[in-house]
Design a protein around this ligand. Structure first.
Ligand code: GLU
Length: 335
């Protein structure tokens, strides 16, 4: 099977100093995403998130896949132009902004790099560590990350966060106002988490403001192509293959990817790393990204989620493609 997937794109043999050299095979990404779409489109497992009422309106049938290689090529299938809220995917890029502004030590010391082993919005996780930082990808740490963005006031904080998301997407993204409103009306749990963090001195700006900005960044709409462009920056050592801008210092990319490996799929992260072996991040809107450093990024959109809050079809699709391309980061060099 793997041989079949690779063979369609085997680069031709070339002659080098009299000896025949067979160049490494380039995966046929276009064929792979079509195969994955075909294979998983009728799998109806999982449930569309409804704890944020506006999210329940998205069709469980939506399913799009995109791959971006580090040279900027994009392969897409399904309705890759359909917009959906980023939700937790936004946390990766705000964490990267904090790292770029204040360094990786600050992120480690103030936001942490440990798995909670608990749900993404667990208050118990905060209580057990007395607000000690766990990681910037669970809700408590992500809201604290927003509070750490260096800005003179609320407007500037939001502008920095939005400009950063736009730079990664190489596009102008917009807030989905109905989703934002719906989430603001139902985010009492997140407000409580922020207050709890503040009671342990693990919050660094006004809590209400930070929760509102966090909720707004989660409500930013993105489509699968924009999302894969964002992830491609991380695959390409922090430099956008589209604008050519270095959005994240190369030295911080491994730390951002490490946080994704630790907590990108919440309490499903360990199993994900064991089975697939590449850093990834999900959002309850049904989006998911994964990064194969130096090679490619993948984004998938499919709203039905498993119990941990991760898209079912997205996980299946990424696992299928990662296996076909031998992307597991724990292989040796001669994979
Ligand atoms: N805005 C969502 C929340 O705070 C994000 C959760 C997620 O995508 O995992 O609950």
């Amino acid at each position: 099977m793997k041989f079949k997937l690779f063979s369609s794109c085997l680069l031709s043999a070339s002659l080098l100093f009299g000896s025949t050299v067979l160049a490494a095979a380039t995966p046929d990404y276009g064929a792979l995403i079509e195969q994955a779409h075909q294979k998983y489109k009728d799998n109806n497992e999982g449930k569309v998130a409804d704890y944020i009422p506006a999210l329940a309106t998205y069709s469980p049938k939506n399913f799009a896949i995109a791959i971006a290689t580090v040279d900027g090529k994009i392969y897409q299938t399904g309705d890759a132009s359909a917009a959906f809220p980023m939700e937790s995917l936004s946390k990766v890029f705000t964490m990267a902004l904090v790292m770029e502004q204040s360094g990786s030590e600050e992120v480690l010391n103030k936001l942490g790099a440990n798995a909670t082993g608990m749900a993404f919005n667990s208050g118990l996780a905060v209580e057990l560590t007395k607000g000690a930082p766990e990681n910037p990808l669970v809700n408590a740490g992500a809201m604290s990350a927003v509070s750490l963005v260096k800005a003179k006031d609320k407007d500037e904080r939001w502008k920095l966060i939005m400009d950063n998301l736009n730079a990664y997407a190489n596009d102008t993204l917009t807030v989905n106002e109905p989703v934002f409103k719906s989430e603001m009306e139902t985010n009492q749990h997140n407000q409580a988490l922020a207050d709890l963090m503040e009671s342990y001195n693990s919050f660094y700006s006004d809590t209400r403001e930070a929760v509102e900005i966090y909720t707004r960044q989660c409500s930013v709409d993105v489509n699968t192509v924009q999302l894969v462009r964002m992830a491609a920056v991380l695959a390409n050592n922090g430099k956008s293959p589209y604008s050519g801008k270095q959005l994240l210092s190369e030295k911080y990319v491994p730390q951002v990817l490490a946080e994704m490996a630790i907590a990108g799929l919440y309490d499903g992260s360990g199993k994900w790393l064991y089975l697939v072996g590449i850093p990834a991040k999900s959002g309850v809107g049904g989006g998911m990204i994964a990064v194969v450093p130096g090679e490619y990024a993948i984004a998938v959109y499919s709203p039905p989620l498993d119990n941990a809050g991760n898209s079912v079809r997205a996980q299946q699709t990424i696992q299928f493609i990662a296996e076909a391309t031998k992307a597991n980061q724990f292989y040796g060099n001669n994979k």
